[in-house]
Design a protein around this ligand. Sequence first.
Ligand SMILES: Cc1cc2nc3c(=O)[nH]c(=O)nc-3n(C[C@H](O)[C@H](O)[C@H](O)COP(=O)(O)OP(=O)(O)OC[C@H]3O[C@@H](n4cnc5c(N)ncnc54)[C@H](O)[C@@H]3O)c2cc1C
Length: 397
Amino acid sequence: MDLTLTPTEEKFRDECQVWLDSHVPREWHDPAFRESLTAGDKIAFLKSWQHTLYDGGWVGLAWPQEYGGRSATLMEQVIFNQELARAKAPPLINVLGLIVAGPTITVHGTEEQKRRYLPKILNAEEIWCQGFSEPNSGSDLASLSTRASLDGDEFVVNGQKIWTSYGHLAQQCLLLVRTDAHLPKHQGISAMIVDMQSPGVTVKPLRQLTGDAEFNELFFDHVRVPRANLLGAINDGWNVAMTILMFERLNTASFLEIQTKIALDELIDTARRTLRNGRPATEDSLIRQKLAQIYTEVEILRLSTYRSLTRFQRGERPGPEGSIDKLFWSETAQHLFEVAMEILGPQGQLMKGSKWAIDSGQWSCQFLRSRADTIAGGTSEILRNIIGERVLGLPRG
Ligand SMILES: Cc1cc2nc3c(=O)[nH]c(=O)nc-3n(C[C@H](O)[C@H](O)[C@H](O)COP(=O)(O)OP(=O)(O)OC[C@H]3O[C@@H](n4cnc5c(N)ncnc54)[C@H](O)[C@@H]3O)c2cc1C
């Protein structure tokens, strides 16, 4: 493993730091400011932030120049992701456009699709969602049953998707549909781009444990989609889905590793300010041991992520080993927020909106939110199966 930055990369990292230092909105660092935003204000704020990044030339760094990127290296994209997290910058609102739809269109899209969709992903003019999961097809995605049948130059789509993040904000959806029910299940699937304003699309937000509604049910009732919106060849959607998974893993590993480290630093700071038996929680031997355990897990996560990045740098395609990073990150994040709840004691029950909540209730919110981490993007059970069968070569269970 060698992730020593070259002099050019060091210069690039310094350039990122200088730019972020003068552009990250300071108010975002104040949990009270973040909690004070209404849902509508938050969307407007995040869209404006992505536009600022776009104007500075920092969005879609590794995308080809002709479609608005900088044709930067993967390592430069990773460096920028890490610096964004380090600067505690607001998140990119069009995250699914940037890590899922855009790179996939770059690989499988027609020239017309690239010119039509890519620039509007970068400047957040069009938000994207990913319509894969269905009520009866999550882990076993290939069993999906939303169907699309050709009628002239259009597909007619009928069915239901669920857990669609950003569906309530999205203008475009990257949808997986069954286009041939007679072929084996992995072979009869196609990927297509669906305009969310099309007649027959209904979006119903789902409220989560945290009180937020980040994901949705999508209903498709005779929705007409131009044949030209097919992404890749007909019935080749499984191949497109695998490209998507690869980009998802590739882009998120380094970012999540740094985010977890930052959350740990913030937790240690909170522990210093929180009294336990009349003394700062950081002086309690049990809490110290638990924080040390999380510190060790975060360090293992960093090294495991670096191992994956080294493989990418050497030109190897991301393999099933990527499951280790996702599994380890999600479980480490849950341990971290469980320890946060223990440190806060009864005050950990107070949610955002309560004036007595510590750090504006962000810990209780993140504790509840982190339950989703071991489900979204592949459940821990499925990842353990992949690691067992495809990394360790154990017999199928
Ligand atoms: C926060 C969040 C955001 C999401 N965003 C999106 C999105 O934008 N777009 C989208 O399409 N989907 C999204 N999802 C859905 C996510 O991909 C699915 O929830 C996930 O794939 C699991 O599918 P499922 O919920 O249907 O559970 P199921 O597949 O029904 O699994 C139920 C339980 O059975 C276990 N299980 C299933 N099969 C096996 C097996 N073979 N061996 C062992 N155990 C097994 C699972 O681990 C799980 O514990 C999101 C989910 C969450 C939580």
